[in-house]
Design a binder for this molecule. Sequence first.
Ligand SMILES: NC(=O)c1ccc[n+]([C@@H]2O[C@H](COP(=O)([O-])OP(=O)(O)OC[C@H]3O[C@@H](n4cnc5c(N)ncnc54)[C@H](OP(=O)(O)O)[C@@H]3O)[C@@H](O)[C@H]2O)c1
Length: 311
Amino acid sequence: MRVFVTGASGWIGSAVVPELIGAGHEVTGLARSDASAAALAAAGAQVLHGTLDDLDGLRSAAAASDGVIHLAFKHDIAFSGDFQGAADADRRAVETIGEALAGSDRPFVIASGTLLLAAGRVGTEQDGHGLAPAVTALGSGPRTRAATAEITLSLASRGVRSSVVRLPPTCHGDGDHGFLATLVGVARDKGVSGYIGDGSNHWPAVHRLDAAHLFRLALEKAPAGSTLHAVADEGVPIRAIAEVIGRHLDLPVVAVSPDQAGEHFSWLAGFLAADSPASSALTRELLGWQPMHPGLIDDLDKGHYFHNPSA
Ligand SMILES: NC(=O)c1ccc[n+]([C@@H]2O[C@H](COP(=O)([O-])OP(=O)(O)OC[C@H]3O[C@@H](n4cnc5c(N)ncnc54)[C@H](OP(=O)(O)O)[C@@H]3O)[C@@H](O)[C@H]2O)c1
């Protein structure tokens, strides 16, 4: 297939591109900077110069493709106070690509998240995208993002083989700059490896290379309107994560009270407090996806999170 990939230069996208090319697909990646364009060209992809706001460019690239994987998200503005602006741009991009693919039966795969899917139990692919009270409580930006996932699934009734891949809060691996790397950085800064309360709350997790494989399977064969879970570890207790970090950095492992969590962990506190296990049993059965790469604790134990002083 000729596959148009947005966010192709990102953490997940830079694993998805070689996964696609290795399976014989041709990739055109959206790049908003010369550095991203060079990285894509080096990976063997064609480059479409542009941004998520270039809706005409997105429309024609989608129309010229045999399928689209949408991974771009304005994390830069989302995590500096304008999540709503990022979510609005995301929705416009999804609507534009969806219009371009309508009636073609071509695949359109987007990324979403498993965090706060189902309070007090293991979230599954059958849980909806927009209704969890915990998501609603986060404000209008996350609500918009959840609505975008619903819009994507609804494209199934308009002749698009659409699917949503929900990613866990940590898609780990060598070179990660996400939540897990941030947690390691907080431990370095504070001189202790902390968890909130008794640390028995759980995060699901996946290695980014396993996540990339699932995006390819979704593109190739997910039925229209599928919700898929890129979850390898169903739920790793946050205290177990803090213990590995403490051991590698030779720091004490300490409980941080919920009252102090905001001060200690800054913006990460809300995410770190979440108890959000998730299952991928239905995804594995549907697509034959089988994670092959190290689980979260084994990957942390490999040490690469602790060799990079900026992490
Ligand atoms: N990683 C996770 O653990 C995780 C968990 C849950 C959900 N997700 C979702 O999965 C998707 C991929 O995440 P990721 O971790 O790969 O994110 P990432 O590393 O931040 O990559 C984001 C990508 O979007 C591109 N981008 C940002 N703003 C853009 C703009 N205005 N125009 C065009 N491209 C733009 C970036 O381009 P540059 O390379 O030029 O910056 C990059 O390619 C996102 O939707 C994310 O929210 C990720």
